[in-house]
Design a protein around this ligand. Structure first.
Ligand code: CA
Ligand code: CA
Length: 144
């Protein structure tokens, strides 16, 4: 889920600089393996988009050797409602169910930035879009 901390870890030569790539993008963090070659990194998934993601690592040893990329590790960020404040996640009319009434409310605010009814922006990212729609569908017909 977005907001969770993902532990990413691996093993390489001792005291190497480890570079992590999220997809093809270098993560701007300095990570070193310890004396046993073990490294770990806490990846904050808050900024990640929902969907499949991959991460891969390569390392530079102290004597300048560069490893090949590790195999990519795949994970998925699952869109999830974060009920907070006065909102009840995707239950936009607060009746305990997620159904067509909530969908019609969502569509009322469709593609709006900072909607006047803030709960319509279910994931609270400032915009009512397909992500909010997918969260609503995920919880469809479920009592909260
Ligand atoms: Ca409802
Ligand atoms: Ca949103």
């Amino acid at each position: 889920m977005p907001g969770q901390i993902l532990m990413v870890f691996g093993e390489t030569a001792p005291n190497s600089l480890v570079q992590l790539y999220l997809g093809s993008k270098l993560i701007d963090q300095v990570i070193y393996s310890d004396n046993n070659g073990f490294w770990q990194f806490e990846l904050d998934s808050t900024a990640l988009l929902a969907g499949a993601q991959s991460i891969k690592a390569k390392s530079l040893t102290t004597d300048g050797l560069e490893s090949n990329f590790s195999e990519s590790m795949f994970f998925e960020v699952v869109p999830a409602p974060i009920p907070q404040g006065q909102c009840a996640g995707p239950d936009l009319n607060f009746d305990g169910w997620v159904n067509v009434f909530d969908l019609s409310i969502l569509l009322n605010y469709w593609r709006q930035a900072n909607p006047s009814f803030i709960c319509a922006d279910i994931n609270q990212d400032g915009f009512v879009d397909i992500v909010d729609f997918s969260i609503l569908l995920y919880w469809w017909s479920e009592s909260l």
